[in-house]
Design a protein around this ligand. Sequence first.
Ligand SMILES: Cc1cc2nc3c(=O)[nH]c(=O)nc-3n(C[C@H](O)[C@H](O)[C@H](O)COP(=O)(O)OP(=O)(O)OC[C@H]3O[C@@H](n4cnc5c(N)ncnc54)[C@H](O)[C@@H]3O)c2cc1C
Length: 404
Amino acid sequence: MERKISNFDVCIIGASIAGNYLTYLLSKTTLKIAIIEEHKEIGIPFQCAGIVSQKLSKLINLPKNIILNRVKVAKIVAPSGKFIKLAGNEQPFIIDRVALDRFFYDKVKDNDIITYFLGEKYESFKYFKDGQQKSVLIKTSKRKLKAKILVGCDGPLSVVARSFRIKNKLLYGTQIRVKGSFDQNEAVMFFDPRWKELFGWIVPEGSNDIYRIGLASSKNISINFKNFLKKLRINSAKKIDQQGGLIPYGVMNKLAFDNVLLLGDAAGQVKATTGGGIIMLLIAAKYASYCIQKCFDLGDYSKKSIKKYYEKPCLNSIGKQIKLHYLIRLIFEKFSNSDFETFFQIVKSNKIEEIISLYGDMDFPRSIMVKLLKNSIVIKFLIRFFSINPLLILKILTVLVNRD
Ligand SMILES: Cc1cc2nc3c(=O)[nH]c(=O)nc-3n(C[C@H](O)[C@H](O)[C@H](O)COP(=O)(O)OP(=O)(O)OC[C@H]3O[C@@H](n4cnc5c(N)ncnc54)[C@H](O)[C@@H]3O)c2cc1C
């Protein structure tokens, strides 16, 4: 017998940080919301190094139990082992990522107009005419449901995004948690051109002497990670546990379609220099929540409306910064071992370390880029990369010159 099709206003796919935070924001409205999550438990499996800038506490009312540690120094290591240390005002949080995902879920799970369907996979959607209006009919592994708006918060391999032929470039990330004797106050980042990646990392969890040690790589992740651990003299057999996942990167472009929005990793709202996505998606979620409420106020769920109230504000704010992260990454991808050496030498010996410490912002690199590109030594060093790819400099300058 055909099961009755339930009606919702909004259907959100994915109950990780993006999906749960958006649900929390919308829980203050009267909209009837369904959330589909393929896993049975919120936050599991967790796939995150948990390093997030202080902006987190400005964006959300952050409970103390989510913050495990706060690092004072960012140590950046070149392939030779030489390093620079940045110790500014940034002092990012090291968070308990599972607790963050559950924090918003716990706030809304008992709300009468919010329904979580856990252990249920989203499969597809199709448009249908609901009276005069276009709506969406959603199919999961267990049911069909109707909604006015569908939000894809379904991560780097987003099925919702793929139905619009949107595919992000992907990196593999892997991480183990081990007891160790590194510095509890330092987050360490390792660059190595052989990995063609973002970087390797050591993130201290706090007073428990546990460290999250990970690597992101575009290929050969297992062998690269094995070599990375060997270099750090870490015995992987002593790991407490292991995490892994995909990291999308690129420039965020299309977020809006008729009746559909993309948010978080599904939308490519990730910094291509570090793989960090949490701050960007929290900012985007606020626009998404405003847009959805606006669509219901106007009774207009068209692409035009979603573009106006969600895509455009996102592109004008985090979009520019995400683009800049991507362009910076393209420069790093061209660095050889000796380029890293020279660059680190320049940073060390020209007070640039101080400038980055003072003005650096791990999410919004625009102001520090403007400052650095005024420095003739930096320009002289970068000119070779720009002459290989003149379009790159043009793109960077366009983002830098283009104020909001
Ligand atoms: C190894 C690693 C380290 C990272 N470290 C950091 C860091 O230090 N700082 C930082 O800011 N960011 C970091 N990130 C990135 C950060 O984890 C992501 O940006 C963030 O998790 C994105 O959240 P999201 O809700 O958009 O997507 P996800 O967290 O990927 O969640 C997507 C959800 O959708 C569900 N889902 C997927 N498909 C379906 C389907 N068909 N049906 C139903 N449910 C579905 C999944 O089960 C999942 O719960 C890291 C990522 C990785 C992989």
